[in-house]
Design a protein around this ligand. Structure first.
Ligand code: NAD
Length: 257
């Protein structure tokens, strides 16, 4: 098992990438601290893991709130004795996020609170716990939009993911000698609720698919496999990376018909 005797805290574990990753990490031997604001989703993740003989607890925490982030890390250590893997994955994409003219300050602030401050707070309270464990792996979920501009704008979301890339690089450098690795995982467009709420017609989906060389949307389970690699010792010489798992979208200028 690739995460035997490891303790992994996963934010946004009640849905999508977080859910798939929690189930996969548990199958690979990790004890899971599943964090979400969605209690039903988080409870369902834990139930799924327990049903297959794994170990997991749910902690309700809003990653944009310092006290709740401090508590989620404290609960991880109190329950399982240590923290080895921190997956800062919770994120939002607001339906009213648009270009600079149209996007409201409220939408901008909310997006930054969750997507950027949430990652910062996870690290603020998680890094001391990783130190106490003798090191560990931090995986921060960014996005392919941190590296490409789109004509269908979501300015706050794009800026927030750019910030996640930048802070991940710096944290990687700062904490390298403490045996703490930090990598940014950048998924391409996925067939999840987060994206499909926008691409709600076949025509919209096809317009996006034109840009993806593999010719389909990714699955949350495929991103979970990448998170497993970054979390495990298999990626032991990897830190500060922008790890794109995107169906080739960032490599393409023109895609095949
Ligand atoms: P999702 O909406 O299925 O899951 C996100 C989870 O985060 C939800 O369970 C939600 O309740 C939780 N969450 C939201 N705000 C929170 C908060 N303040 N505190 C704690 N939990 C909170 O989305 P997903 O597709 O699994 O997205 C996971 C990550 O992947 C996000 O950071 C997202 O930006 C990123 N991402 C997604 C795609 C995509 O196409 N779906 C592409 C690139 C990057």
């Amino acid at each position: 098992m690739r995460l035997a005797e490891r303790v992994a805290l996963i934010t946004g574990a009640g849905s999508g990438i977080g859910y798939e990753t929690a189930v996969l990490f548990a199958r690979e031997g990790a004890a899971i601290v599943a964090v979400d604001i969605n209690e039903a989703g988080g409870a369902a993740t834990v139930a799924e893991i327990e049903a297959t003989g794994g170990a997991a607890i749910f902690v309700r925490a809003d990653v944009s709130r310092a006290a709740e982030c401090e508590a989620m890390v404290a609960t991880a250590e109190a329950t399982y004795g240590r923290l080895d893997v921190l997956f800062n994955n919770a994120g939002i994409s607001h339906t009213e996020d648009d270009d600079a003219v149209q996007t409201s300050e409220t939408v901008w602030d909310l997006t930054m609170q969750v997507n950027v401050k949430g990652v910062f707070l996870g690290c603020k309270y998680g890094i001391p716990a990783l130190r106490r464990a003798g090191g560990g792996s931090i995986v921060n979920t960014a996005s392919f939009v941190a590296t490409l501009g789109a004509a269908t704008p979501q300015l706050a979301y794009t800026a927030s993911k750019g910030a996640v890339l930048a802070l991940s690089r710096e944290l990687a450098v700062v904490h390298a000698r403490e045996n703490i690795r930090v990598n940014a995982l950048c998924p391409g467009p996925l067939r999840t609720e987060l994206l499909m709420k926008y691409l709600d017609t076949e025509e919209k989906r096809q317009r996006r698919l034109v840009h993806i060389p593999l010719g389909r949307f990714g699955e949350a389970a495929e991103i979970a496999q990448a998170a497993l690699y970054l979390a495990s010792a298999e990626s032991s010489f990897m830190t500060g990376a922008t790890f794109l798992v995107d169906g080739g979208i960032t490599a393409a200028y023109v895609t095949p018909e």
